[in-house]
Every structure is written in C-alpha cells, then in structure tokens.
Design a protein around this ligand. Structure first.
Ligand code: AMP
Length: 397
C-alpha cells in the first residue's frame, strides 16, 4: 500500500527528504532563482508542524565526485533559516560519523541540511552501501525531487529499500505524478498535446507514446520543418533533421491509424539569418523561400492552434513554437501560452512541462495562470514517453 504523505503523522519521527535544491548561485553565493526551494517548503513545513524533524539532502551543480567548495550547500542555510523561520543546522558531509551524530541529536522541529550528495561518486552510481549510510539515523524517507526521479541514484531510488513501510512522495512529487496522470491516464477528452522545440529526434518517443493517449497533436517549432520536408514541402534553410524524414512519415501514418489528428502550422515567419534583427517575411509553411529559415509560426497557424486548444478539455504543452528567446520570434509561443491561460479559465486542465516551455511561460509571467507547471524537464519527458521513472517506482513498489 502506498502511504500518502498528507495522511502520515510525523510526530516524533525523523524524516530524510530528497529535495531538488540544485539552484543557481551567483558569485556572491546568493540564490538567483529560489523556485525549487520554495516549491519544497510545504513538504518540509508539514513534517515540522506535525512535530517531526527534517534532514534535507540534495545535489548542487556537477562536482567531479569529491568535495568542492564551490558546490557546497552551505550558502543555502541563511535562505532556509529565513524561509522556515527557524535555525537550520548544516552537516559538512552527507554521510559519516559526525553527520550521524547530528542526525541522532536532532529534536522535534529541527532541520538539518546535508552537504552535496554528489561529493560521492556512489550517489550517481546508485551504490547500496552509500544509500544505507544516508538512511542511517532516520525513520522515514520522503522523495520530493521530481527533477532527478528518472535517475536510479542512491538518494532518489536505492535508499527507498531501507524504508519498506515508511517511504513516500512529498507534496511536490505527488503533484507532479498526479498532474501527468491527469493527462495520460484520466484526461478528459478531447486531449491535445502541443509539441514544439528544435528537434524531432528528441521528441519522437514522446509523440509515439502520446499516439495511444491523445486526440490531437499540435506540432510547432523547429521540428515542424522536418515533417514538412518529409511531406515534400520547401523549407529553405530551416532546421531539418535529414535522418528523421522517414520517421516523420511513419509517425504520421501511425497517427492516422490510431485516429489522432496532427495539426501542423499553416504559415511560417521566416528570417534571412538566425538573428533577432533579421529581415522577416511570412510564407506558407510548405513554401519557405530559398535562403530563408522559419523561426516562428505566424497568424494563420496561431488562429488554427488556438481553435484546437480552446476546444480541448485537457492540454499538455512541451516545447516552444519558435525561437522565443529572440523577441521577434516569440509571438507564436506567447500566443500559445495565452491560449492555454484562456483554456484554463474555461475549466480545462493545462499542464506545461519540459525546460523551454517552462522557461517561456515564466518569461511571460503566466505560470500561475495554467493548471500545473512541471519542475522536471527530463523526468517529465521520460514519463510521457511511457517510461517507468526509477524514483517513482521505488516508492510505489
Ligand atoms: P527543445 O529543447 O527541443 O524543446 O528545443 C527548444 C529550442 O528550440 C529553443 O531554444 C528554441 O529557440 C528552439 N526553436 C524553436 N523553434 C525553432 C525554429 N523554428 N528554428 C530553430 N530553433 C527553434
């Protein structure tokens, strides 16, 4: 039986939480984006308010397998102290005798932050002895790090073995899984997936898995042109993956067989160079002039996509419609974001995930106007590819 975090009484219990505190720090060691920490606070606060104590463990950056001052978690202590309104203790090492003593001395309502898990190669190797050391001195294991749930690391997966009856998702991870299942397993029809971004190659498994689950797929962004070329269109200098032309056609055939409608852009905003200041013009999507490259969708596509989105009850969005990092090629992505906001207002369930669409929706300040914004790029993609995430499986087992 899976234990529900909100139903568990932490009174008198020591809980170790795998959080994702891999936050960006500036040269002064200040946190420049605290989203990941803020999102984990409700999980920490629930345990503390029950009368439990908390040990926090995370990785930060990419240390080379040994301690490195620049990847120390210590600079997070002042932030956490303020956010939680209580003293936060720090263990300079995530395992070892001194750390065990700190764990053993932890009292109800206290918080201990462990230093970077990736100071040990054993973390990413999923080493069992290392996981056991992490598990020492605590009663409960909580996984709240969705961003690493697709990796079978010691702290995300292996450690769960040591808590057969006391392992659970925190609020954040439970929400992530629930939101994805709302689309993939219990989605109200019509269900539409909007897929954009640069490459077909990185989204092909996603498309294939979605074919059995959604009614419509909207394709946008750079990967459009591989499909258009495969269908015999002219794409000029647009991004094309020559190796994927056949795959594109077979995906379209599979969609047809499964009764899934694929919507492609009808027009293309073209540029004479990959530059925000490039000269631009609009063409039919399958008639991009020689020498020009399509960097965004244009008005006709926006109108078409908006219509499909507003008719859908469940919408998943992954990947921008154009090179949104350049303001002159962000219009399509902004329009889709706004259509999602409107759909949400009309009662549809809207899930945005994958690094770049999340960056886009944050950039447009619309993140709190859709139903859910996923925190895990790679993990979310693997989940919608239909893969079992080891970190999720370890709790469900
Ligand atoms: P991905 O990581 O595959 O989701 O791709 C995201 C990237 O795709 C963003 O950096 C976009 O700038 C880029 N992108 C979107 N549309 C295009 C396009 N038409 N041509 C080139 N790159 C694009």
């Amino acid at each position: 039986m899976m234990i529900k975090f909100q139903d568990y009484n932490f009174k008198g219990k020591k809980a170790i939480i795998r959080v994702d505190f891999n936050v960006p720090l500036n040269a002064e060691k200040q946190i420049t984006d605290d989203t990941r920490i803020r999102m984990a606070l409700p999980t920490i606060e629930k345990i503390l308010s029950d009368g439990g104590s908390v040990v926090l463990m995370s990785h930060l950056g990419r240390p080379k397998g040994g301690p490195e001052e620049k990847y120390s978690m210590k600079p997070l202590v002042p932030y956490l102290t303020k956010a939680l309104g209580r003293e936060v203790k720090f263990a300079d090492d995530c395992i070892g005798e001194e750390t065990l003593a700190l764990k053993n001395n932890l009292k109800a309502g206290e918080v201990l932050l462990l230093n970077n898990l990736r100071f040990y190669k054993e973390e990413e190797k999923g080493n069992k002895e290392f996981a056991q050391k992490l598990a020492e001195g605590v009663d409960v294991y909580v996984n709240d790090a969705f961003g690493t749930a697709h990796r079978a690391h010691a702290s995300t997966t292996i450690i769960a073995e040591f808590f057969p009856n006391d392992k659970m998702f925190g609020f954040l991870l439970a929400n992530e899984v629930e939101s994805m299942d709302k689309v993939l397993k219990q989605g109200e029809k019509p269900i539409t997936a909007i897929l954009g971004g640069a490459k077909v190659s990185s989204k092909i498994s996603v498309i294939e898995n979605l074919l059995g689950k959604v009614d419509n797929i909207i394709i946008g962004g750079g990967m459009t042109y591989t499909f258009i070329k495969a269908m015999g269109g002219k794409v000029g200098n647009s991004l094309v993956e020559e190796d994927y032309l056949e795959t594109a056609l077979s995906v379209m055939q599979a969609a047809k067989e499964k009764g899934v409608t694929i919507y492609f852009p009808s027009d293309s905003l073209n540029a004479d160079k990959f530059d925000n200041e490039a000269n631009t013009s609009v063409s039919e999507i399958n008639n991009v002039p020689e020498g020009l490259m399509g960097l965004d969708i244009s008005e006709k596509s926006i109108a078409l996509f908006k219509e499909v989105i507003l008719k859908s009850k469940t919408i998943l969005w992954n990947g921008p419609m154009g090179v949104f990092e350049m303001s002159n090629f962000a219009k399509g992505t902004i329009a889709i974001a706004n259509a999602l906001v409107e759909a949400t207002e009309n009662g549809s369930f809207t899930l945005v995930g994958g690094g770049d669409s999340v960056a886009a929706i944050n950039q447009f300040n619309l993140a709190d106007k859709v139903s859910y914004v996923s925190t895990g790029g790679g993990a979310m993609l693997e989940y919608i590819e239909g893969k079992v995430l080891p970190g999720v499986a370890a709790i469900l087992d």
